[in-house]
Design a protein. Sequence first.
Length: 243
Amino acid sequence: MHLGMRKIRSAGRTSGSVEITLPTMLQVLEGTECQLIVRDGPRPEIVLQPDLSLAQDLFLALWRKIQIGLGSVGELPDFSLADFTLTFFPLQHWQERPPLAYADALTISQQHNPAGVANNHPVGSEDALARILASLVVSAGYHLGLRGAMALALGDSLVYLVTANPTSLGADFERGMAHRLFWGENSLPHPFTNPFDDRDWQQARQGFKKVFDQLLSWQETPTICIGARDQWYRALTVELKNF
């Protein structure tokens, strides 16, 4: 990905240092340690290689929370980066392996210290958390026997239950089902106080299992799912017309 051209300039005539400005989209790297590499050749290169281990630690920490939350459904394997498509910036579209974006993880890390305690609220941290959790839960769904649209629906539904925010996975109907099973027909959503707190994930286990079991049932009997979805959309259409 080409991010434009930048000039190297002096940090001060007597400092002996030089500096280069980075594009604003790389502001998330602020405070990240980088290795400086010089590559010789006809066109010498100077490479800044950021240490992204903090982001990977966050992926692992959230995967462990999902292992707790889905513990009543089945046992999930250890976290593996091979299950995901790794990118620096979030992807709009993907196929096969769900994406994990380092920029999202760094944004969240700026909000939470290693113990998971919130420090501040950088712009986009809620969206970043939703994207990472959705990808992790979709992968968990694959491991637990869900396929295709139902794995996506699990990701969308559980992220909504944790954060009260929808994702872009297109599972409006399934998300409504999750709301009813988890919170009740007429209840307002009440998301986790802290997504890094094991207690919230433990308390949600039975509710998560109800959602998973419903998705698995629909996967095994797709005609029932299609009928329920059509009925839901008809009811929604009537409600919107009367609004």
